[in-house]
Ligand binder design. Structure first.
Ligand code: SAM
Length: 310
């Protein structure tokens, strides 16, 4: 008996509409997870739509392969990073790419994967278990400045430096090996003060992002997605927290401009004209309907952004 790998994707109707899923199209799901969203894309593009799917997680690939079996002959799945989609899918060959970012429910719910402080388990957090770097390596090996930067930049944790200092002090006496140890340490140095959210939430998110190089993958993945799209093809990205949403928004802003500029500062006198790569489908991010949020709390922080290839 195979354990169930169930994940409820958010904003499915909005994603299908933004992608304009239709028969005959070629779609890419860079974050297959359980395959539930991919199944909706294949269903809505019957009888001739095609789907390329990838995920870094071996268990997700197995689950998606089972989930998509009824659509045999209309999809190809590979295990890997969406940053490398351009290595196996031709340029300007697809009608839509979707990235439904973050982690899936089964990743959070399996204690041994070490993503969650809800269970005490070894600090792991690898989406791809073939990778060597684990959360324990980050927490026990990175210096104080690097940890503080990760907690601040990826987790928006205001007490980043204090928590980094506490971790470095703690590990001089013993290694921090489990999710429970890390959560308790953070709680000691950043008490809850009546807040509902566990004080370690942001630190866990930040460590996960560091372990899986999520920002670097996302930068490369967005660029790869743009090259795969035909003119008129759609890029749809669903984010769940501010570090990834900032990056996606900045990427969209950059690709919709009709100029480039040298360096990181946009000096009007130094602008070089060029044709925009993308155009906005809608300028503001879409949020889930309140009914969806009531029904699926994971949807609460979701934001959907969509662009069209020029
Ligand atoms: C929110 S879940 C997607 C759920 C999916 N839409 C579904 O219907 O089940 C995010 C998935 O993206 C995968 N993932 C995250 N970053 C990735 C990357 N850089 N490359 C490939 N997969 C990635 C995770 O392993 C996880 O399975």
């Amino acid at each position: 008996m195979v354990a169930e790998y169930a994940h409820r994707p958010v904003m499915v109707a909005e994603i299908l509409a933004a992608l304009r899923v239709r028969p005959g199209g070629r779609w890419v799901d860079g974050t297959l997870g359980s395959g539930s969203l991919a199944a909706c894309i294949l269903d809505a593009s019957r009888p001739t739509g095609w789907l390329f799917g990838c995920d870094r997680d071996g268990a997700a690939i197995e689950a998606a392969t089972r989930r998509l079996a009824p659509f045999a002959g209309r999809f190809e799945i590979r295990r890997g990073d969406f940053a490398d989609l351009g290595d196996w899918i031709g340029p300007a060959s697809c009608d839509g790419v979707v990235l439904d970012l973050g982690v899936s429910s089964p990743q959070l719910d399996v204690p041994e994967r070490g993503f969650s402080f809800q269970h005490d388990a070894p600090l792991d957090m690898r989406m791809d278990d073939r990778q060597l770097l684990t959360a324990a390596d980050v927490v026990n090996g990175w210096d104080e400045a690097a940890l503080a930067r990760v907690f601040g930049e990826y987790g928006d944790e205001p007490r980043a430096r204090r928590i980094a200092r506490a971790i470095v002090r703690e590990r001089q006496t013993r290694r921090i090996e489990t999710t429970g140890q890390l959560a308790a340490l953070v709680e000691r140095w950043a008490p809850r003060h009546g807040r509902k959210r566990h004080p370690a939430t942001k630190v866990f998110l930040a460590v996960r992002m560091a372990v899986n190089s999520e920002i670097r993958s996302l930068q490369r993945g967005l660029a790869a997605a743009c090259t795969l799209l035909k003119p008129g093809g759609r890029l749809v990205v669903v984010t769940f927290h501010s570090a990834e949403d900032r990056l996606v928004k900045a990427f969209g802003r950059d690709q919709t401009r009709d100029y480039t500029h040298p360096g990181t500062v946009d000096v009007p006198e130094l602008r070089q004209p060029r044709a925009p790569v993308l155009q906005w489908v809608q300028r503001r991010a879409l949020a889930p309907d309140p009914r969806e949020i009531a029904d699926n709390p994971r949807a609460r922080s979701a934001q959907l952004r969509a662009w069209e290839k020029v």
